[in-house]
Design a binder for this molecule. Structure first.
Ligand code: FAD
Length: 415
């Protein structure tokens, strides 16, 4: 097969789907508010509160209260850092739950240059050992419900979201957790494979059949961006070196910087797990196949079939490795021999932002008596697409808590 190599998360992805955004979506939030759409700008605007930074008044607690008085608490300014699936969906949940907020997305990269663009985008959860299972299940369920409604709407083609059926197969007898995973009653029609179905996979002893959802990642990210613009969200290309640099421009910072949080907030618990995948033209492949160890998978999408993969801990390289490409291709062909006829192989590499648990929490930064509320939402590892809407909803709820706290401080200061 012909082979084209793309470098890293910066490799351009599939073209966005086409369609229109005229009608409300069944089961989805109300249509966008009518505000003038904005386009992505190269850098952020001048600080909004420059005057309040002058002088040395920031060192006293009284000064910090005074500064809060100068911010318009009726329209809190929220900056979301990051334009991957987590940042864009979090910004969308914030404008949906807090329509009076002024939301801005700041990111050094947008689609097609994010890790989210490299992902296969299948909804099969990855387990976070440090997050309670009931919480992970809730995140997955909310994400599944949201994307199921989208797949069932007239925006499905533009958003690139569709149902896909297939098999997860095991070489050895699965553990009880593998046999009945926590997400088995969220996906559709989960059941053990029949003997007849297993004949397709002579090296495997056991398997599960189910229907789940898949996002075509580049169109889905563009669809999210379009909804944000329609809701008046500004987007600026900007690398944030330190969260504190935003304190004079925004009331609340939401950190959705993925693997970028390793440097941005110095989180050493956050490590890259390098993943290499191939996107191939094989339109006859209609069912997904996933080896239970999660290493080898075949995920058919609208425009291409994603073949994977690798999980290389603490590897930062975004360069495709030709030996790995060959290995992935051969592993996938051993599961689905018709793939030997696949064409137009494109190679992509991304760094999964991996952590013991997703960091989804409030933090108040404080310098010289000045306080800056932050909501962190990063560390989604191998499962960001599977849980993005659930974690975005929780992050938006935490932003609501920050606003309530700021409004409380603001009214106390006025008194
Ligand atoms: P990103 O997409 O990396 O976005 C982070 C954003 O933050 C970027 O826009 C970046 O430019 C910006 N940023 C970072 N630092 C700064 C800074 N200092 N200043 C300004 N901006 C900054 N998940 C699934 O659920 N299903 C799958 O099938 C799946 N397949 C995958 C296959 C591969 C090969 C890989 C690598 C991952 C896969 N994943 C999958 C995991 C998924 O891709 C991630 O969990 C998800 O993309 C993380 O999204 P994110 O928005 O947190 O990170």
């Amino acid at each position: 097969p012909s082979l084209a190599e793309g470098r890293g998360a910066g490799t351009p992805g599939a073209a966005p789907g086409k369609g229109s955004c005229q009608h409300p979506l069944p089961g989805l939030p109300a249509p966008p508010r009518q505000r003038a759409p904005s386009s992505r700008a190269p850098s952020s605007p001048a600080p909004l509160l420059r005057a309040s930074r002058e002088g040395d008044s920031s060192s006293s607690p009284g000064a910090s209260l005074l500064r809060l008085c100068t911010l318009d608490m009726a329209a809190p300014k929220v900056a979301v850092i990051g334009a991957g699936v987590v940042g864009l969906s979090t910004a969308l949940c914030i404008v949906e739950t807090c329509p009076s907020c002024s939301v801005t997305v700041l990111s050094d990269q947008f689609s097609p240059n994010t890790t989210s663009n490299v992902a296969a985008g299948i909804l099969i959860p990855h387990t976070y050992p440090g997050t309670p299972i009931h919480v992970q299940k809730q995140w997955f369920k909310e994400t599944f419900t949201y994307l199921f409604a989208l797949s069932n709407s007239n925006e499905a083609s533009e958003a690139g979201v569709h149902l896909v059926s297939g098999w997860q197969i095991f070489k050895n007898t699965p553990t009880p957790k593998e046999e009945l995973p926590f997400w088995s009653d969220v996906v559709l029609g989960f059941r053990p494979m029949s003997e007849a179905e297993l004949q397709k996979f002579p090296q495997h002893q056991f398997g599960q059949a189910f229907t789940t959802l898949k996002c075509e990642c580049p169109p889905y990210l563009l669809w999210l961006e379009k909804r944000l613009k329609a809701n008046g969200v500004q987007m600026y290309t900007r690398k944030v070196a330190d969260l504190w640099e935003l304190h004079s421009e925004y009331n609340i910072i939401v950190n959705c910087s993925g693997i970028g949080a390793h440097q941005l907030v110095g989180d050493e618990k956050l490590l890259p797990v390098r993943g290499q995948v191939l996107k191939v033209h094989a339109p006859w492949v209609k069912n997904f196949i996933r080896d239970g160890d999660g290493l080898t998978y075949i995920y058919p999408g609208i425009y291409s079939v994603t073949l994977g993969g690798t999980r290389e801990k603490e590897k930062w390289s975004l360069s495709p490795d030709p030996d790995t490409t060959k290995d992935i291709f051969e592993r996938c062909c051993s599961l689905e021999p018709s793939l030997w006829g696949a064409q137009d192989i494109e190679v992509k590499v991304g760094l999964r932002p991996s952590r013991w648990c997703v960091r989804l929490e409030r933090q108040v930064l404080s310098r010289g008596g000045v306080k800056l509320p932050v909501v962190h939402n990063y560390g989604h590892g191998a499962g960001g697409f599977s849980v993005h809407r659930g974690t975005a909803k929780e992050a938006a709820r935490l932003v609501g808590e920050c606003i309530a706290a700021l409004q409380g401080s603001s009214s106390r200061a006025k008194l």
